[in-house]
Each structure stands twice: as structure tokens, then as C-alpha cells.
Design a protein around this ligand. Structure first.
Ligand code: N01
Length: 559
């Protein structure tokens, strides 16, 4: 989404629309999970069509090409495991890959496995309708494709539906504006420009240092400060890569059996209260200097569970901010104090706090004085006017549910998904929504999503769906649906787990708090990927407990 004259990244190409075609499966989205779904389902001999709104593959790493975009999980792990030759041959130049390297990898995979021919680019799905009489999904796109399929796999991304706050006056702005997740492919020059950056989550924190490097002046409009740890990114040493490649098989297996689907050996020190302040500081300093700042969150066993323990970690991080930022008032404004560390997604940065020591950077507190309007010349807060040439919205997403609810999905009996999810995004096992038969979500609400490493968990989810499809087709079933009872039980389990964690103390996108009017519930399965995978496998083994399977196309029980 952009208000500049340059074209947005997702420009439709001129390929002919597919009209009244049939397929076994429609995959929505050619991100990392979607690409793997194509690979996996084609191997089953199924006819698969993928619709992708962009004109290239990579999903998150196609759209989020903003300056400084970089993954915060090591690339040796944040990569596919399904093909050993691929993981042995591919070379990651850095520990944490920049967007361009991740996009290049997605393109390589699409070409190497011949997946591109299955994808219709520039094809944004705008309608999915389940027809009960035939048990078929009718999927159509903005550019006119119409495909009927038995199954749909919604691999459309947990962080895909762009959130541009509804500030009055945006249309009147004389400069250029961009949302970070719809960044143009063409270079955006900040040279000599007065730039305003709204938002200081993971994205804003990555963009600010890069933009500040060339802008005449950067105003960072901060509503809530984030906890950010140093990424300590650097070139990947050959011996490290060699060591990983020598142990890929067992490490991937360990990842699949871990809480976050990562390989992160960490020395745990027990309770933070078992140590003197000096000992704690020494241990936390080691974690801070480690290659992966996320290790910090796991160094002590109780900082993620108890508010008192968490406050010790939070204060350590605030101390780091105060050490780096030379102006004490600015440092204080950058110190998060209203929620526990880890209760919102922890950020990883490269030089974020140092940016505020630059003479061309100003931090503006829009908690105290909110943005009131975009003006022709810039932006107005409750306290002042700011003249700007470029506005960057790093304001996040209608996360987890937005990509599906924006697609006009209707299930059995014509029920609208938005109506079904008006109170909460009810679902079963994060895969299915009762009343929406044969529609499978990847990284949807109810799954571990962003709380685990998404390429590995996406592969696992796709494998689960593929095995369900195999079972259904082999045994002659027309449809599978979740039962409303199973869905209620899953919601209750999600609530119970989330209610015991520190996540409840933050207004985060995890609970939908960033979108006005969005129902508030913790949308992510928090029991760990390992437990989640066991549960999903078990439900299938137990004869598809919590699902109804039907051999004919008769209506399934409505929720
Ligand atoms: O979005 P966010 P994001 N007025 O929602 C502010 C993943 N990710 O794109 O906190 C003023 O976190 C908002 O303020 P507040 C990662 O999972 C990963 O940064 O709501 N400000 C906040 O500061 C991440 O969590 C990577 O008070 C407004 C910011 O905009 C997720 O994507 C990199 C506002 C939005 O932060 C989303 O991150 C990037 C308003 N009206 C992203 N509305 C890596 O792998 C919103 N804000 C490294």
C-alpha cells in the first residue's frame, strides 16, 4: 500500500485468468508454506492451483521489502528441511538473512522444484464459497479467475493484512507514503528528505537505523516503546555452516520436538532469584553478548512466568537503553515500562538505540500526544505540526485472521467467516473452522504461528493436511469438518493456557488489540509446537476425534 507515484510491490501480471476450471486443491499464497504445499500435494498426484496476490513468490519475504528487513531467527534454521540436497547446497551469507536473500531462496526453491507453473501470480483471492450440494469450494480472484476445488489450503500468512491507521487527511498528503509491508520494488530514496516513521514494533525498529542513515531528518513517532535486543548479526563463518550441515538431520528432528521449533541450546540457570544482583548481571551480560538475543529470554526459568522475575530482566534491558542513548529524556521515553518483556513480540535490532544519538533523528511521543491527522504538508499530533516529505507506516497488521477475513469466505449454509469470528476466531487445532468443511489453515489462529519458527512449523502443518487429504481420498470421503464441540473445547484450552502467562499483560496484536473493534482473544496456541504437534497427530490417530467425516455431500452440522 503506497501513496507514492511508484508502483507497489504486488503488481498483477497479464496472464490469462483461469475460468471455470476444476482442481483437487486450491492453495492460497505462494509464501514459504504455500510453496511447500504445492510441492507436497503435487507429489500425491493431485491437481493443484495456487493463487498469489503478488507477482513473485516468498510471501512475507516478498511483501516486506522495507529498508532493514531481516529475519530474526538464524537462517540455518529458518529454512526448509524437506529436501536434504537443498539444505546442504544452499549457502546463507549471514546468520540473520536480509529480505533479499530470503526472497532469492524462495525463488530458487520455486524454480528448483518446478513450482512456478502451478502459481497464478497477481491473482488476489476475493471470494471463497463452499457449495454444499457438491462439497466443493468456488474460489475467485479480483482479476477474474474462477476455480472449483474439493480442498482449499489457506497459506495466506499470519502477518499479511496490512494495517494503515485511519488517520484523517491521508489523501491530502502532498508527499509520498508507504506501508512497510507493501514496499515498492523500486528504490525509495531518503536523500535530503524529511521522513516520518510511525510505529516502533519489529519493523519500525529495523527500518529506523537504515532510514536515518540517509534522510535529512527522521522523526520516529512512538506510541509504545518495544524491548529490543541486539541481533549481533554477522557473516556466517564457514566452520559454523559446515558444523550445521553435518548435523542437519538430528537438529531438524530436535527442532520438531521443541517448544518453538528452533534449535537453541541454552544453559539455564534456574530462578533469577537464586542469584545475587552481581551474579544475575554477569549471566545476563553473557546472554546479551550472545549471537542470539532471544537466548536471554530463556536464561532464567522464571523470567517468562513471574512478573517479579520478569521485571529484573526488563530493568536489565532498560539499563542497556540508558547506557546507549545519550539524552536521558530520550532514553527514558525509549524504555518500555507498561508491559512485561516478552509479552509482546521481542524485537531484534541492529543499531536501533544508537540511532537516537544522531543529530538528524527525533523521537516523538505519540502516546502523550497522539497523531490527529495527516496534513498536506506532513502530520499533526495533539501537540505539534511536523513537515514531512515521506511518511512510513510501520503500523503492523490485522494479524492472524485478517488475511482470511478480508477474502469473503462463506461456508456451509452460507455462513460468513467474519460473522462466525465476530466474537473470537474459533477453530479446531488451528486447522479448521466448524462450518467451513475442507478448508485448512496454515499458521491460522489456534496454531503456534509466530510463537514458533514458521518455516518448520509450516512444513509440519502442510504434512498434516496432506496426510488428512490422503486419508479422505483413499477412504472415499467427500468432506471433513470440525465439530462445534471440539472447537469450543479448543478455545477453552487456548484461553486457559494464555490466562496463565504474562501475555495477558500486554495490548498486543497477539490478542487483536492493535485493530479497533477486533474481538480480543489470545489467537496463538501457546502450549508449544511440540505439544501442539502431538495433539494434532493424536486426534487423527484417535479416529479423527473432534471432526465429522462424510462420504456424501450432505450438509454438515452447522455450528
Ligand atoms: O507491527 P507491530 P510490526 N498511532 O504491530 C504502532 C513480525 N516481524 O510490523 O504498540 C501510533 O508489532 C504500534 O504502537 P502500539 C513480528 O512477529 C518480524 O512492527 O500499538 N502508532 C507499534 O509500535 C512482529 O511482531 C520481523 O502502541 C501506531 C507499531 O505501530 C510482527 O511482524 C520483522 C498506531 C506496530 O508494531 C509485526 O511487526 C518485522 C497509531 N494509530 C516484523 N497504530 C523479524 O523477523 C499502530 N501503531 C525481525
Amino acid at each position: 500500500m503506497t501513496g507514492s507515484s511508484t508502483a507497489a510491490a504486488g503488481r498483477a501480471e497479464a496472464a490469462e485468468p483461469l475460468v471455470t476450471q476444476t482442481a483437487d486443491v486450491v492453495v492460497v499464497g505462494a509464501g514459504f508454506s504455500g510453496l511447500y504445499a504445492l510441492y507436497r500435494l503435487r507429489k500425491l498426484g493431485l491437481k493443484v492451483v495456487c493463487f498469489e496476490a503478488g507477482d513473485g513468490v516468498g510471501g512475507t519475504w516478498y511483501w516486506n521489502r522495507y529498508p532493514g528487513a531481516r529475519v530474526d531467527i538464524e537462517s540455518m534454521q529458518y529454512s526448509y528441511s524437506f529436501d536434504d540436497e537443498l539444505q546442504q547446497e544452499w549457502r546463507w551469507p549471514e546468520y540473520f538473512s536480509p529480505q533479499a536473500d530470503l526472497e532469492a531462496y524462495a525463488n530458487h526453491v520455486a524454480d528448483r522444484f518446478g513450482l512456478r507453473e502451478l502459481i497464478r501470480f497477481g491473482a488476489r483471492v476475493d471470494r471463497m464459497r463452499f457449495e454444499e450440494r457438491t462439497s466443493r469450494w468456488h474460489v475467485s480472484t479480483q482479476r477474474g479467475d474462477q476455480v472449483t476445488a474439493k480442498y482449499v489450503i489457506a497459506a495466506c500468512g499470519a502477518l499479511n493484512a496490512t494495517n494503515v491507521p485511519d488517520f484523517p487527511g491521508l489523501d491530502s498528503f502532498r508527499g509520498q507514503w508507504y506501508h512497510t509491508s507493501q514496499w515498492p520494488k523500486e528504490d525509495v530514496s531518503f536523500d535530503g528528505k524529511r521522513v516520518g516513521l510511525i510505529g516502533t514494533g519489529s519493523t519500525g525498529i529495523q527500518a529506523a537505523p537504515v532510514v536515518a542513515g540517509s534522510a535529512a531528518h527522521l522523526h520516529v513517532f512512538q506510541r509504545t516503546p518495544a524491548y529490543s535486543l541486539p541481533a549481533n548479526n554477522r557473516p556466517l563463518p564457514p566452520d559454523y555452516e559446515h558444523e550445521w550441515k553435518g548435523h542437519y538431520a538430528e537438529r531438524r528432528a530436535q527442532m520438531r520436538q521443541s517448544f518453538t521449533a528452533t534449535y537453541m541450546p541454552v544453559q539455564q540457570y534456574g530462578s533469577v532469584f537464586d542469584y545475587s544482583p552481581e551474579e544475575r548481571a554477569r549471566i545476563l551480560e553473557q546472554a546479551w553478548a550472545s549471537r542470539n538475543g532471544l537466548l536471554m529470554m530463556r536464561t532464567f526459568t522464571d523470567t517468562g512466568k513471574s512478573l517479579e522475575a520478569n521485571e529484573i530482566l526488563a530493568e536489565f534491558i532498560r539499563g542497556k537503553i540508558r547506557q546507549v542513548v545519550t539524552d536521558p529524556d530520550v532514553a527514558e521515553l525509549l524504555c518500555p515500562k507498561t508491559y512485561p518483556v516478552g509479552a509482546k513480540r521481542i524485537c531484534m535490532d541492529t543499531g536501533y538505540y544508537e540511532t537516537f544519538n544522531r543529530p538528524n533523528v527525533t523521537l516523538v511521543d505519540v502516546r502523550a500526544n497522539p497523531v490527529i491527522a495527516i496534513t498536506p504538508a506532513g502530520l499533526r499530533t495533539a501537540a505539534a505540526e511536523y513537515d514531512l516529505d515521506i511518511i512510513i507506516f510501520a503500523t503492523g497488521f490485522d494479524a492472524v485472521t485478517g488475511s482470511l477475513t478480508r477474502m469473503n469466505v462463506t461456508g456451509a449454509g452460507g455462513i460468513d467467516l467474519r460473522a462466525k469470528w465476530a466474537r473470537r476466531p474459533a477453530n479446531y487445532l488451528g486447522f479448521m473452522v466448524a462450518g467451513f468443511p475442507n478448508l485448512f489453515m496454515i499458521h491460522g489462529p489456534g496454531s503456534p504461528g509466530v510463537l514458533a519458527q514458521m518455516i518448520t512449523t509450516g512444513e509440519w502443518q502442510v504434512d498434516w493436511v496432506a496426510s488428512v487429504i490422503e486419508d479422505l481420498d483413499r477412504d472415499g470421503y467427500a468432506r471433513i469438518d470440525a465439530t462445534p464441540d471440539a472447537e469450543d473445547a479448543w478455545s477453552a484450552e487456548m484461553d486457559e493456557m494464555a490466562g496463565k502467562t504474562l501475555y495477558r499483560f500486554a495490548d498486543s496484536w497477539y490478542v487483536g488489540a492493535n485493530i479497533p473493534g477486533k474481538p480480543r482473544s489470545f489467537m496463538i496456541y501457546i502450549g508449544g509446537f511440540d505439544q501442539y504437534a502431538r495433539r494434532c497427530t493424536q486426534q487423527v490417530r484417535d479416529g479423527y476425534e473432534g471432526f465429522t467425516l462424510a462420504r456424501d455431500a450432505s450438509p454438515s452440522k452447522l455450528p
